[in-house]
Design a protein around this ligand. Structure first.
Ligand SMILES: Cc1cc2nc3c(=O)[nH]c(=O)nc-3n(C[C@H](O)[C@H](O)[C@H](O)COP(=O)(O)OP(=O)(O)OC[C@H]3O[C@@H](n4cnc5c(N)ncnc54)[C@H](O)[C@@H]3O)c2cc1C
Length: 455
């Protein structure tokens, strides 16, 4: 027997559940399928648990700095990893359970738990149950990429998912990959008390950022005595006694008690029966979509990390907004309206919007740039958190902001005042006419804009 639905949603990441709610609310009969944990990566193994643990690590760091602020703490700071994990589990668990309960009680919606596969363009099977719908929405997300390194199959290694079970302090955590995920774990575990080494094949950390941003991040992490090996390739790994031996270029070795892979993500599209549906993917397995998230097969959409257009919780949620706007609101929103923005949640964090300086230069436009060190922002001095800088790129002719980076305390929040003006498509001078709150990081953005220099 084949169960008929108006819509099938595969995956309960950041786009599937809100879309299921909107479709069910207009009376459509919806099936939503989840094979593992409700809420997917963000809720269970990504943003929420890691940012929770970043907060624990910040407390440990500030307790160690207590005397700088005249605060007396009896004895050295200790970190109870079981309680760190318990706090993370509670916060993540509340989100997961809340979502699961809300979907299971949603009128017009049936929840299936199991691995979904296409059997044809409009048929999906789960645990032997067949269902069909005219509209199918794929929100299957991604998982940690596991590179082919000689010996890797012989050693225990961690990914962002298995890190969630760590309730002890690794003596020495060796991290392969010096980008967002690797660096957040690096600083957090260093602050918990582990020795940490980051191995990065490229010449600098987070290579999609500008060189000055990468260099400042390197400085921030090295100040905390995180070992960073740049331009270093891992050639093989082996386990000897209690240690994982990571062989790198020129016959050198890095030894650690634990080994974390943080070398990118791959989409969960390899076991989805996409060939039976005729859905096209690119060479990395990302589902090909148009500007409204439609795949090449009519009636099938792909949202979130599996389409390769975002990679963040907010981009996956925006995918939902675009699909819902087009299908239900006669509002022709599109992916290309989106301005790239994200944060790196080390401490201090990096908030990013739009183009980097490198990308802005590549446009060939006449550019203006403003830059201000965080040492010249009163709020950071008051907080004793003066590392980093902010910079902004302006199109000199149109006065539009092309991009910005705020690496410093509050940078993940302050970037939004720039982002919103970019979305409004107004000149940067608008920010200079706004009165900002004192003392904040944001209040110095107009000052930086008053000191623009031609590039
Ligand atoms: C360590 C880490 C930290 C991160 N931090 C941030 C951050 O701070 N900010 C940010 O914006 N982003 C962050 N991200 C990225 C963010 O988590 C993802 O971009 C976000 O979760 C969007 O995912 P999604 O909606 O595409 O799907 P996902 O959340 O990955 O969910 C997909 C769901 O589909 C299910 N599924 C897969 N295949 C099937 C199938 N065949 N049948 C049934 N169900 C299936 C999966 O079990 C999963 O539950 C982080 C990621 C990681 C790994």
């Amino acid at each position: 027997m084949t169960f008929p639905y108006d819509a099938i949603v595969i995956g309960t990441g950041q786009a599937g559940p809100p879309l299921a709610r909107r479709l069910a609310a207009v009376g459509m009969k919806v099936a939503i399928i989840e094979r593992a944990l409700f809420g997917g990566t963000c809720v269970n193994t990504g943003c929420i648990p890691t940012k929770t643990m970043v907060a624990n690590a910040y407390v440990a760091h500030m307790v160690r700095r207590a005397s700088e602020f005249g605060v007396t703490v009896d004895g050295p700071a200790g970190v109870d990893m079981k309680r760190v994990k318990a706090r993370k589990d509670e916060i993540s668990g509340q989100s997961k359970e809340g979502l699961e309960a809300s979907l299971k009680t949603l009128p017009n919606c049936t929840v299936y738990q199991g691995h979904a596969r296409f059997e044809s363009p409009h048929e999906v099977s789960v645990n032997g149950v067949m269902m069909t719908a005219g509209k199918i929405f794929i929100n299957v997300g991604g998982r940690a990429a596991v590179p082919s390194i000689p010996g890797l199959d012989q050693v225990p290694y961690l990914t962002n998912s298995s890190m969630m079970h760590v309730d002890f302090l690794p003596k020495h955590l060796v991290i392969l990959g010096g980008s967002y995920i690797g660096l957040e774990f690096a600083q957090m575990f260093r602050r918990f008390g582990s020795e940490v080494t980051v191995i990065e094949g490229g010449p600098r950390l987070i290579q999609r950022e500008d060189e000055d941003v990468s260099a400042a991040i390197l400085d921030i992490l090295e100040r905390e005595r995180i070992q960073i090996r740049l331009g270093t390739n891992c050639t093989s790994v082996a386990r000897r006694g209690e240690e994982t031996i990571v062989s790198v270029d020129k016959g050198c070795e890095v030894r650690g008690s634990h080994f974390l892979l943080a070398v990118g993500r791959r989409p969960n599209t390899d076991d989805l029966g996409l060939d039976k549906a005729g859905v096209a993917v690119d060479s990395q397995g990302h589902i090909l979509i148009d500007d409204q998230l439609r795949t090449n097969v009519p009636g099938i959409w792909a949202l979130g990390d599996c389409n390769g257009k975002g990679g963040f919780t907010h981009t996956s949620y925006n995918d939902f907004e675009i699909v819902a706007a087009n299908l239900l609101d006669h509002d022709p929103r599109k992916v290309s309206d989106r301005i790239l923005t994200y944060a790196l949640f080390i401490d201090p964090p990096l908030g990013r919007a739009g183009m980097t300086e490198t990308q802005a230069r590549q446009t060939g436009r006449k550019l203006l740039m403003g830059k201000r060190l965080m040492t010249k922002v009163g709020r950071t001095v008051e907080k004793g958190e003066t590392l980093g800088f902010m910079k902004v790129l302006i199109d000199a002719d149109s006065q539009r902001i092309l991009g910005a980076a705020i690496l410093g305390t509050g940078g993940d929040e302050a970037i939004h005042s720039i982002l919103d003006v970019m979305y409004a498509d107004k000149p940067y001078t608008l920010i200079q006419r706004a009165v900002h709150i004192h003392p904040t990081v944001s209040e110095l953005i107009p000052t930086m804009l008053g000191e623009l220099q031609p590039l």
